[in-house]
Unconditional design. Structure first.
Length: 109
């Protein structure tokens, strides 16, 4: 993805397999494609991925896929695997800022 690419999250649908996240990617005015990235249902029930993190996990995967294979055809589907979910969780932990306690403020008596 060396050129400017616009990726738009279009929403998801729940299936018996999990959640299918839809993305519309525009490579140029003449070249736009649609992709689906699926997270298995067990990932949410086991709390490996939160519902709020689903679109981010999927967009990261899609970016990696399009970087290595920019010619991926429209309609191509990708599935998030357990390693990707664990990697996402580790990134979240390392990027979460530590909570700092501010100075104690005087209280009114």
């Amino acid at each position: 993805m060396s050129q400017t690419v616009f990726m738009e999250y279009m929403g998801f649908i729940s299936t018996t397999q999990g959640r299918e996240y839809a993305f519309h990617v525009r490579f140029s005015a003449q070249d736009s494609r649609d992709y689906i990235v699926t997270i298995p249902r067990e990932a949410f029930s086991s709390r490996r991925v939160s519902y709020q993190d689903g679109p981010g996990v999927c967009s990261s995967r899609l970016k990696r896929e399009l970087t290595t294979n920019p010619a991926a055809l429209t309609g191509t589907s990708f599935a998030i695997d357990w390693k990707e979910m664990d990697d996402h969780k580790l990134r979240d932990i390392s990027e979460t800022p530590k909570r700092r306690h501010g100075p104690k403020l005087p209280t009114a008596d």
